[in-house]
Design a protein around this ligand. Structure first.
Ligand code: ATP
Ligand code: MG
Length: 246
């Protein structure tokens, strides 16, 4: 499976099919038992883990904030590692809180003083704080209400266009997958069974499992995907730098 630089790729598949495992292999939280993951042309097995993770933002399936740190402290984790000065970190924190629709005075709160959805939004802010080249997002909007979710989907698309970051995004929500994804990967029992643009998948699901899954797609999502056509939604030079293969 190859992920073009700057693409937003959505991973779908049943619970237990291996989506989280795949994300964790990209930033080396899990070592592949076989196969190879290359990151901008280099085998991740040979890269320095800390250097690799500086370039990769990770939004976990649960927000997993550092409980002993304030919201500001959590968001500042990566900027501090990157050596930003206090003023720049403060400005970035305010900017991200606003982007996530959280009041500025939340910066001094601890995670236990936030709701689940608010914690999840801080987790997203923490992951994107250092503007990483690659962003791994594991069901980031799962715990949010429909309105907040739709707003954050719009924000994500905006951030993605502005930063040209490469995003691997896991979701169980078919409409979300087809709304966000330049490409959609369907996994089943640890295998990649289909990978293509939303329009390609609708036209040719190519497997009973994918066909069954697509049966749950709304007519609105199908219309949108067909409108966008078979090409990648975002401009790209077409070269494949960032690839996951095995
Ligand atoms: N550390 C581990 N050791 C052994 N097996 C594991 C480990 N972590 C996950 N698994 C197994 O690997 C398979 C894939 O798990 P994974 O968490 O990647 O699924 P997923 O697609 O993310 O599912 P969900 O949608 O429920 O989050 C599952 O069968 C799971 O039980
Ligand atoms: Mg998972």
């Amino acid at each position: 499976m190859s992920v073009p630089d700057g693409a937003l790729v959505v991973l779908m598949g049943a619970s237990g099919s291996g989506k989280t495992t795949l994300l964790k292999m990209v930033n080396r939280l899990i070592q592949p038992s076989s196969g190879r993951i290359s990151f901008y042309g280099e085998d991740t097995a040979g890269l320095d883990v800390i250097e690799l993770r500086k370039k990769i933002g990770y939004v976990l399936q649960s927000a997993a904030l550092f409980p002993h740190m304030t919201v500001r402290g959590n968001i500042a984790t990566v900027p501090e590692i990157l050596g930003w000065n206090a003023e720049r970190i403060r400005a970035r924190t305010s900017e991200l809180l606003e982007l996530m629709g959280l009041p500025d005075d939340f910066a001094g709160r601890y995670p236990s003083q936030l709701s689940g959805g608010q914690q999840q939004r801080v987790g997203i802010a923490r992951a994107i704080a250092g503007s990483p080249k690659v962003l791994l997002m594991d069901e980031p909007f799962g715990a949010l209400d429909a309105i907040t979710r739709a707003r954050l989907q719009d924000d994500l698309l905006r951030i993605h266009r502005a930063d040209r970051s490469t995003i691997l995004f896991v979701t169980h929500d078919l409409d979300e997958a087809f709304r966000l994804g330049d490409r959609v990967a369907v996994m089943n029992e640890g295998e990649l069974i289909r990978y293509g643009t939303p329009a390609e998948l609708i036209k040719a699901p190519d497997s009973d499992y994918a066909k069954k899954l697509l049966g749950f797609l709304s007519l609105e999502a199908i219309r949108r995907a067909e409108e966008r056509g078979g090409v990648c939604g975002r401009p790209s030079d077409g070269t494949v730098h960032d690839s996951v293969s095995g």
